[in-house]
Ligand binder design. Structure first.
Ligand code: ATP
Ligand code: MG
Length: 492
C-alpha cells in the first residue's frame, strides 16, 4: 500500500511538533525515519496511525484521501503502529491480548489460536498463547504486537524505536521479519536513532529536525550526510578520561536473589570507588535482580551486601539511599516518572525524597523549584518547560528528565538502560556527565542491551547468564566479539 502524508502540521501549544511535512512511502519498501530527540517522529507516526489528528494536512492511502479518527479506524484502513513504550495489557494471556479489538466480531478462541500459532511459525517466533503478557520480554511483546496487527490485516506497519529494549538475537529476528513483510508488498516505517540499524534495514530514509522534514535519501546512505542533517553538524567522539580507582566500595558475598521467575545466585564480587561496571546479558539472565538487590529494592535470599564497610543486607531502599545509592529504572513511565506531574513537581518530589523528615519545609518554594527545573532543563538539554507534564515530553526527553533528577552526591549509581531512546549525540553528552561523577569517587553500575555502549563506557564487565555472573572481566582484556559469545553462554 502506498502511504502519502501531505503538508502535515501539528502543534502542541507553542511547539510545532510537525511543520508542513510531506512524505511518500511506497508499498514493499522499508522507510527509515530519523531525527534527534523531540524532532517530531512519534508525533508524525501517531497522526498516521490515528492516535492523534493533525491541525492541517492530508493522508492518502493508495491515492485515496482518508480521515483516520482512531487507532481502530487506522487498523481498519490497514495502518498499525508499535509504540515507543509498549501499549499492552500486562495481566492478560497472550491469546487474549491477541484478540483485543476483535470483540463482537464473532471470532472463536480456537481459530484465533490456530492463527496465532501459524503466524508464529511463519516468523519463527516462539510465543506461548497461554503465557501471561507480564511474564514475557519486551522483544516478545513486540513480536506479539506484530502478529496481532498482521492478523488484523494491516498493510503498513509502523515501528517506533523498536530496537531499544530488545536483545541482539531478537533484533536479528525482527529485521528478518520486517524484510520478509516488505517482500510481500507491505510498507514498513521504521523510526530509530540508530544509524547502523537504518543502514542495515531501510531502503529510504527521511530525516526530521525541529518538526521539519530536512532530508530524504535512498540506499546506499551517506552516513556523514545523515548525521549532519540530523544534528546540523558532524559529531565529535568524546575521549574517555581515565580516573584512578579508589578503595573497595561495594562488596557482594555469596549473594542470592530470587523472584517468582528465577534466581540469581553465587554472586561474589566487588566494585571500587570510581569504577564503571557494565552488566551485560540477554534480558532475563538475572541482571535486573542483581541490580535491584544492590539498591535495596529486593531483599536477598542469602549472602551479604556491604557498602562503604556498612552491612546493608536486608535493609530497604531508604537505607541504601542514605548510604549514597541511587537506582534508575528501565521503565521510565511506570517506575521512574509520575504521569500528570510537571518537571518542576518532579524536582520537588525528588528533593523531598532525599530530605530527612525534619528538613522538609512545610511549604513548597515554587519559585525555587521552577528555577531548579529550568537549570535542569538547560543542563540536560530537555525540550520542555518547568510546567510541562512528563507525558507531554518526547521519549528521549523523558529519559533526560529521569537523569536530571538523580542526586548530585552519590557513592553508587545503578542504572538500567541509561541512554535508552536518546539520540547518539545526546547519549554521548549524557555519558560525559555520568563519567564526570567518577571524579568524586562515585561508582556506576549499568545494564544495556547495546554492547557498544557496555564496551565503550565500562571499566569492567559482568556477564550474566542463566542466573549467574559467568564472567567478570576488565574491558581492556576482551573484545566485542568475545563478549557476544559470553552473553550467549559460550566461551570463545
Ligand atoms: N501530548 C503532547 N503535549 C505537548 N507536547 C507534546 C505532546 N506530544 C509531543 N509533544 C512535543 O512535541 C515535540 C515532538 O515530540 P515527539 O514525541 O514527536 O518527538 P520524537 O522525535 O519522537 O523524539 P524522541 O526521539 O525523543 O522520541 C516535543 O517537543 C514534545 O515535547
Ligand atoms: Mg519518539
Amino acid at each position: 500500500m502506498q502511504v502519502e502524508l501531505k503538508n502535515i502540521t501539528k502543534t502542541f501549544g507553542p511547539v510545532r511538533a510537525n511543520d508542513d511535512i510531506t512524505l511518500t512511502v511506497e508499498g514493499g519498501t522499508i522507510q527509515g525515519l530519523l531525527g534527534e530527540n523531540g524532532a517530531g517522529k512519534s508525533t508524525l507516526m501517531k497522526v498516521l496511525s490515528g492516535f492523534i489528528s493533525s491541525d492541517s494536512g492530508e493522508l492518502l492511502l493508495n491515492k485515496q484521501s482518508v480521515q483516520l479518527v482512531s487507532p481502530q479506524d487506522a487498523i481498519a484502513h490497514g495502518v498499525g503502529m508499535l509504540h515507543q513504550d509498549p501499549l499492552d495489557f500486562p495481566p492478560m494471556r497472550l491469546l487474549s491480548n491477541f484478540l483485543v479489538g476483535c470483540e463482537g466480531m464473532g471470532l472463536d478462541t480456537k481459530s484465533a489460536e490456530i492463527a496465532f500459532r501459524d503466524l508464529c511459525t511463519q516468523f519463527n517466533f516462539s510465543l506461548d498463547p497461554n503465557a501471561f503478557v507480564n511474564e514475557i520480554t519486551v522483544g516478545e511483546r513486540q513480536q506479539l504486537e506484530i502478529i496481532r496487527l498482521l492478523w488484523r490485516g494491516v498493510d503498513t506497519l509502523i515501528l517506533d524505536e523498536p530496537t531499544t529494549g530488545i536483545s541482539a538475537p531478537q533484533k536479528v529476528l525482527l529485521f528478518a521479519t520486517l524484510k520478509k513483510l516488505a517482500e510481500t508488498g507491505k510498507s514498513i516505517i521504521f523510526v530509530s536513532h540508530k544509524l547502523e540499524d537504518v543502514e542495515e534495514l531501510c531502503d529510504n530514509v527521511a530525516v526530521l529536525r525541529q518538526g521539519k522534514l530536512v532530508a530524504e535519501m535512498v540506499r546506499p546512505f551517506d552516513i556523514e550526510a545523515l548525521v549532519t542533517s540530523m544534528f546540523g553538524q558532524v559529531m565529535t567522539t568524546s575521549e574517555r578520561p581515565s580516573v584512578p580507582l579508589g578503595k573497595s566500595l561495594l562488596q557482594l558475598e555469596n549473594l542470592a536473589v530470587t523472584d517468582y521467575r528465577m534466581t540469581m545466585h553465587d554472586v561474589t564480587a566487588t566494585v571500587q570507588a570510581g569504577e564503571v561496571i557494565g552488566v551485560a546479558g540477554l534480558e532475563g539472565s538475572g541482571q535486573r535482580l542483581l541490580m535491584q538487590a544492590c539498591a535495596g529494592l529486593l531483599r536477598p535470599k542469602s549472602g551479604t551486601i556491604t557498602i562503604d564497610s556498612q552491612n546493608l543486607t536486608g535493609k530497604t531502599y531508604p537505607s541504601y539511599a542514605a548510604a549514597g545509592v541511587a537506582f534508575m529504572p528501565a521503565d521510565r513511565m511506570e517506575e521512574g516518572l509520575v504521569e500528570g506531574l510537571t518537571i518542576a513537581e518532579h524536582v520537588v518530589l525528588a528533593r523531598r525524597l532525599r530530605q530527612k523528615k525534619h528538613e522538609r519545609a512545610r511549604l513548597i518554594a515554587w519559585d525555587d523549584a521552577n528555577a531548579a527545573a529550568s537549570a535542569d532543563i538547560a543542563e540536560f538539554n530537555i525540550k520542555g518547560r518547568p510546567e510541562s507534564t512528563v507525558e507531554s515530553l518526547s521519549g528521549g526527553n523523558q529519559q533526560r528528565t529521569l537523569l536530571a533528577l538523580l542526586p548530585d552526591q552519590l557513592r553508587l549509581l545503578i542504572m538500567e538502560h541509561p541512554t535508552r531512546g536518546l539520540d547518539v549525540e545526546s547519549a554521548q553528552y549524557i555519558w560525559g556527565k555520568l563519567l564526570a561523577r567518577r571524579e568524586d569517587g562515585t561508582a556506576i553500575m549499568f545494564s544495556s542491551a547495546d554492547l557498544d555502549e557496555i564496551f565503550q563506557y565500562s571499566d569492567r564487565i559482568w556477564v550474566c547468564f542463566d542466573g549467574q555472573i559467568i564472567a567478570d572481566i576488565s574491558t581492556s582484556e576482551t573484545t566485542i566479539e568475545a563478549l557476544g559469545y559470553l552473553i550467549g553462554g559460550k566461551k570463545l
